[in-house]
Write a protein that binds this ligand. Structure first.
Ligand code: FAD
Ligand code: NAP
Length: 624
């Protein structure tokens, strides 16, 4: 392959998997990382401007469903790793695949602009030597989507004399030790911080915070990572079930939305009931469950949660026990500040607090890095670029008074800006040279989907490069492929890609109009996964799909063992490497299989089954 230079921005899960996949294909890819280490937000940073895991972060992807690092599947590692362990895991991933030597550390990408010849990209980088412009053929954005904190309006902020920080800047309990703390926001960040502050430490006699209030303006689905029997939730979601769910989400959303929300509501109540104290001897589990349900619905106001079909749940099994014991006091939404230590809540309560930690999430993505990126269209604001939107915002800031700025913000809240990205990855106009890998919000483990998307981008660009090379080298004729051979992974025309973008925007805005909690980048599982697997050439859907698909029966007939592992086992990226879809190794026509994949899929299935048996044994002995 002719040397194709690719710049990758960021070395979190998205950037790292892209670096591995593109280099394996023969592209000359290098990654720029503004920090001094890889792993993205999974490696701790004490810098308040960088989002990172903190002491006590536990990931919500069990060890049964994560990326394989060849021989090590860490049989004895904890079911759900801590943030620090995930950081170490990504480090070993980078070491194993020899990626570190291709990373430029402490190098920030400031801007990416189309070059004057209109055949590549100028990447503006800043490092210790200053600012430079480097030319690249292609660019991959893996810069994360939790970088820019989202703040609520805080009337009376100037009156308040306590600490006010965003969850991004919260790094350790030392920052609020012994204080009365109000945590705002019921997402994973808010619950992680609220529960962490209830702990005691060896060096400190009482709980880390003297009082923990947790403020939220509406409900949220709070669920344990485990099922009642102690089994990780994600090991129970097998591939055929997810395929059927995604299909029905697309065909019968009117059925699926209430159904899934009802199932999840039941789970939340069961999870809450687990920590419900026994009030009298001989109380039945159903009595405890009823009490928990009342608390969930009324005392804690959680039932009014954003639908699972629009926003991810909060995964935390420590929140209910902490609320039950009074270590956390749930309170209404924060309205503003009314005194030096007084916070006013939506129900009129005035709370005395010393510190407020705002955990209201992040702006989904920083598109300013690529000012020429097209935004909006369809039934949203008319098509413009991220650069012109940023300039408009700047103008408002500089020229208009605060009141108008507030109005402008309200206007933007009425019509959020959406990037024009085919399947949330490719800008149609530049799909052969730009890919975004941090913009989609999948319903499966983010890392696994980032890796699959990296494979898809690699295949598409490999096919495109091979085609262009053939066209440029007149004497070389394209290889004749045998009949039925997998076709190269190509993208549709720009017009067709734009039509897909418009259809997605229409769908997203329709959801958003019904509920403002609609998560930017939330994927439509059926079309998104089929596109990714098709382009990546995994061959998975051809072999196993939802339970009614013909291919499933074929696999069941031909290879009963593999069928069992795939149909009943955890969804793991080892399965992406099972099928030989490109035996001749033609660029962009599929994947070569990995010799260890079958063994790994079997092992994961057996490990998960053993885990389930042990969990059943434990819960049976508890019942005795
Ligand atoms: C605390 C926390 C816990 C989470 N837990 C889970 C979980 O359990 N499961 C799950 O599926 N998802 C989880 N997420 C979601 C998270 O988005 C993904 O797990 C994943 O980290 C996303 O990977 P990424 O590579 O896109 O982004 P990141 O991990 O954010 O990495 C982006 C990288 O790009 C670098 N970068 C950014 N801008 C530039 C620039 N201009 N120049 C150079 N480098 C740059 C950053 O320094 C960083 O290293 C969590 C998020 C948070 C905040
Ligand atoms: N351990 C983990 O796995 C872990 C830990 C941390 C973060 N994460 C991930 O990181 C991402 C970000 O999580 P996050 O918890 O920071 O953000 P988030 O999931 O977006 O949650 C933000 C919360 O703040 C509330 N909120 C938003 N705007 C508000 C406003 N103006 N006023 C009052 N409340 C407001 C939202 O509730 P409303 O419904 O009222 O809008 C929501 O409860 C997520 O993908 C999350 O899964 C994972």
């Amino acid at each position: 392959m002719e040397k194709v230079n690719i710049a990758i921005i960021g070395t979190g899960p998205a950037g790292l998997t892209a670096l591995k996949s593109l280099r394996e294909q023969g592209f000359n890819a290098i990654a720029f990382e503004r920090r001094d280490r890889i792993g993205g937000l999974w490696s701790y940073s004490g810098d308040p401007a960088f989002t990172s895991v903190i002491d006590g972060t536990v990931c919500n992807i069990s060890k049964f469903v994560r990326l394989p690092i060849a021989e090590s599947q860490e049989k004895d590692s904890p079911t759900y790793s801590t943030g620090q362990q995930v950081g170490e895991y990504f480090h070993s991933y980078a070491v194993h695949f020899k990626l570190l030597e291709h990373v430029w550390f402490q190098t920030t990408v400031k801007k990416v602009l189309r070059n004057s010849a209109d055949d590549g990209w100028d990447v503006y980088i800043t490092d210790t030597d200053g600012t430079r412009i480097l030319p690249f053929h292609k660019v991959v954005f893996g810069s994360g989507n939790e970088s820019i904190p989202s703040w609520p309006s805080l009337p009376g902020r100037d009156k308040f004399k306590g600490i006010v920080i965003h969850g991004q800047a919260y790094k350790s309990p030392e920052q609020v030790l012994g204080k009365r703390v109000l945590v705002v926001g019921m997402g994973n960040t808010g619950t992680d911080i609220a529960t962490a502050l209830c702990h005691r430490s060896r060096d400190h006699p009482g709980p880390l915070a003297s009082k923990v209030y947790h403020s939220y303006r509406r409900g949220r689905l709070v669920i344990s990572r485990y099922e009642d029997d102690g089994v990780p939730l994600d090991t129970k979601l097998n591939w055929p079930t997810m395929c059927l769910k995604y299909l029905l989400d697309a065909w019968a959303p009117w059925l699926m939305r209430p159904l899934i929300d009802k199932i999840m509501m039941r789970k939340m109540i069961s999870d809450a009931a687990r920590s419900e104290p026994e009030l009298s001897p001989g109380e039945t589990p159903s009595q405890r469950r009823k009490r928990a349900e009342h608390k969930v619905r009324h005392d804690w106001r959680l039932a009014d949660f954003p639908s699972m079909s629009r926003r991810h749940p909060t995964a935390n099994e420590h929140w209910f026990p902490a609320v039950q014991t009074g270590a956390i006091t749930p309170v209404h939404g924060l309205q503003g500040f009314v005194g030096e230590h007084e916070a006013l809540l939506d129900d009129g309560t005035v709370l005395e607090v010393d510190a407020v930690i705002i955990c209201t999430g992040y702006q989904h993505f920083d598109f300013n890095m690529m000012p020429e990126l097209e935004m909006d269209g369809a039934d949203g604001p008319s098509v413009s670029t991220s650069g012109s939107i940023a300039a408009e915002r700047e103008k408002t800031k500089n020229e208009l008074d605060m009141e108008n700025e507030g109005r402008q913000q309200q206007q933007e809240e009425k019509q959020p800006h959406l990037p024009r990205l085919y399947h949330l990855i490719f800008p149609p106009r530049w799909a052969d040279s730009v890919a975004f890998l941090s913009c989609f919000a999948p319903q499966e483990a983010a890392w696994n989907v980032a890796e699959l998307a990296s494979m898809a981008v690699t295949q598409i660009w490999a096919a495109d490069t091979a085609k262009k090379n053939t066209a440029n080298t007149k004497e070389q004729t394209p290889p004749t492929l045998p009949d039925g051979y997998r076709k190269p992974a190509t993208l549709p025309s720009v017009t067709e890609m734009n039509a897909q973008v418009d259809a997605y925007h229409n769908w997203w805005r329709g959801q958003w109009r019904q509920d403002r909690s609609m998560l930017p980048g939330f994927v439509q599982g059926n079309s998104f996964n089929r596109f990714l697997h098709g382009a990546a050439g995994t061959g998975l859907y051809e072999h196993i799909d939802h339970a009614f698909a013909l291919g499933n029966w074929r696999l069941w007939w031909n290879d009963r063992a593999l069928y069992t592992w795939l149909a009943r086992g955890p969804i793991n990226p080892c399965a992406y490497r099972l099928f030989e879809t490109n035996p001749l190794g033609v660029p962009g026509c599929g994947r070569r299989s990995w010799g260890g994949a079958r063994g790994a899929v079997k092992q994961l299935y057996e490990d998960a089954e053993e885990f389930k048996r042990n969990a059943a044994r434990k819960s049976a002995s508890k019942m005795k």
